[in-house]
Every structure is written in C-alpha cells, then in structure tokens.
Design a protein around this ligand. Structure first.
Ligand code: SF4
Length: 324
C-alpha cells in the first residue's frame, strides 16, 4: 500500500473483504479529494444501500434505504448535501431541506419506477376512483408526489396503507410492491403497472436453483420482486430490513435478491456469513462514482431544483409519511 495517502490508506480496512488490494489505489486519489472537499464545502454525502463499497464505506456520512435517507436528511446541518443515489432521492432530500444546496453527481441517475408514471396519470387515477386516497412510493418524481396524499417506502408501506383507516387505497407506481403489501393487509389496493427493472428480473426458478446449488441457503427478497419470488423466499423486506435480518438471525449462508452492491455493503459487517451473490445491477445507481462525486463537490453540480408550486404539496406527502 505504499504511495497511498494516510487517510485513504486508513480506510482500506473497512472494505478489504470486498475490494481487492490491487484495485484499491484506483480509488485513493478521489477519496482523499472528496474528504477534503467535504470539509471545505461543509458538505455531507448521503448514500443509498445500492452504492458501491468505496462510496458507501469510505466517503458517505449517512447511509441507508430510502426511508432512512429521508428521515436523516431532515437532521442534516451541513450547507451542502451530495446525494449518492438516484434523482428522486435527491429531490426528496431537497424537499426536506429547501434552504440547502442538494447536489446529484449525475443527472441521468433515474429510476424505471419513477419513469413509469406522470402527474397526469395520478390525476386520472384520482378521477377514476374519487375519494380513494393515493399512496405513492418515494421512487417517484416530486411532481408525482405533489399529486399524492401520502408517500411510502418499501419499509413502511403496510403501516402507511393501514394508517389511513380506509377500506381501499390506490398505491402507485410499483405493481409488485402493491401486490406484496395487499397479501399482508385487509385493505384493498388498486395498483399501477410500474416495475423496478432490477427486481422484476428475479424468478422463483432462480431461487430454486440457488437452493439446490447451496444447501442451507437463506433467501431474502426485496418487496419490489414479483409476488411469486417473495413467496419462494424465506423473508421479504426493505434493504434495511434485509440488513437487520442478517445481523439478527446471522444465517450461515444467505442470498439477497436485490441490487448487487447491497451484498458487498452488508458483507463488510458480517464476516461470518457466507453471501451467495447472484444479483442484478441497477444501471442508474451505478452512474454515481467517486469521480463524479468529486466533480460535484469541486464544481457544485448538479444542484437539484423543484418548482415552488410543487414543492409544498410534495413535501406534505413526504412529511405525512414520516409522521406515520
Ligand atoms: S433499483 Fe429499481 S427502484 Fe431502485 S433506483 Fe434502480 S430501477 Fe429504481
């Protein structure tokens, strides 16, 4: 490890189980620059669980799933927030911190779920089902949130649906999340046809083949997976719930049916657990790199803006969720 600056070199112990030593020098220059820029800009980095380990474990200040990031974004005292995640997450951070500068390192970091629905679609659903509350997954644009009554994440969707005290709700836009929640509640759920392009690719056959190849395997699935995949798994929950499950149950062998970086990030803290790693990459999450986080802080780009006309209504939907 000669030639590596002390601060980055010291961080290697956090990721040595998932990043080979020969690859580490590629990251150190950017890591040192980012650590320096964070101090100079009074900035914090919020990173989603699907970010790569060198981001998640070496430069992020706050990590978690969408719900945790939304909650923790409310307590940020820095002047600048860099969102290492996708665009709707940066918008949520901006909604909750309207006076701060929120940067997204790549404006192309989108989401197939967010792209599956428009504000006009939500208005049409409201016309078609008058009086039925609209619960919108946080994986949507601020403009869609603004047309909604309340938001939810995969971690709190059931609690949000049941908090409304009504027999029927509209839940947008993830069809599979809606179906998986419908299986757990007496509330009737009207769904949309959006899918996560990462989780929709898993199949029950994948799980059966993995169990045959790896005896004793514990299978954890994200609720954005199709219901037949969730049925075949041992446990279904948000990325935070999957991480908690591994920490609490400590299965000998586990597979996380979700985005690839999740296993790397959880494995760092659980050296005794064997992680089987078939996974699907999210091309949007992977647009965020150390290099563009560094550029974001150097050049203060790309600042997230939300039209004032939308932001009040969208914030209300997020705040109602956080109050559940
Ligand atoms: S993993 Fe799926 S839901 Fe998450 S950002 Fe990627 S496409 Fe969107």
């Amino acid at each position: 490890m000669s030639g590596i600056s002390p601060s980055a070199a010291a961080l290697y112990s956090r990721v040595e189980k998932v990043i080979p030593a020969i690859e580490w020098p590629v990251f150190t220059d950017d890591i040192d620059a980012i650590l320096r820029l964070k101090r100079e800009r009074n900035a914090v980095i919020l990173a989603h669980n699907y970010q790569t380990p060198e981001i998640f474990h070496c430069v992020a200040d706050i990590v978690g799933d969408s719900l945790a990031l939304a909650r923790k974004a409310m307590d940020v005292e820095a002047d600048v927030i860099v969102l290492a995640g996708v665009h709707f997450m940066a918008e949520t951070a901006k909604l909750l911190n309207p006076g701060k500068t929120v940067l997204i390192p790549d404006m192309g970091a989108g989401c197939s779920l967010a792209d599956s629905i428009t504000p006009d679609d939500v208005r049409l659903m409201r016309q078609r089902y008058p009086g039925v509350p609209i619960v919108t997954y946080v994986n949507t644009s601020a403009a869609v949130k603004a047309e909604s009554d309340i938001c939810c994440t995969s971690g709190n969707a059931k609690a949000v649906v049941e908090s409304l005290g009504v027999p029927r709700v509209i839940m947008l836009p993830d069809e599979y999340l809606a179906q998986n929640i419908a299986a757990q509640t007496d509330v009737e759920i009207i769904a949309w046809k959006g899918h996560c392009e990462v989780h929709e690719r898993f199949t029950p056959e994948d799980i059966r083949e993995l169990r045959a190849a790896h005896p004793g395997l514990t299978v954890l699935a994200h609720p954005e997976c199709p219901p037949d995949v969730v049925d075949e798994a041992d446990f279904a929950g948000s990325t935070a719930a999957m991480s908690d499950y591994v920490g609490t149950v400590k299965p000998a062998r586990v597979v996380l049916m979700t985005e690839c970086s999740m296993s790397d990030n959880v494995a760092v803290d659980h050296p005794d657990v064997e992680f089987i790693r078939p996974c699907n990459l999210c091309p949007h999450m992977k647009r965020i790199t150390l290099a563009n986080i560094r550029t974001a802080l150097e050049e203060m780009r790309h600042p997230v803006t939300i039209e004032p006309e939308l932001s009040g209504r969208a914030r209300l939907a997020v705040e109602r969720m956080l109050a559940v």
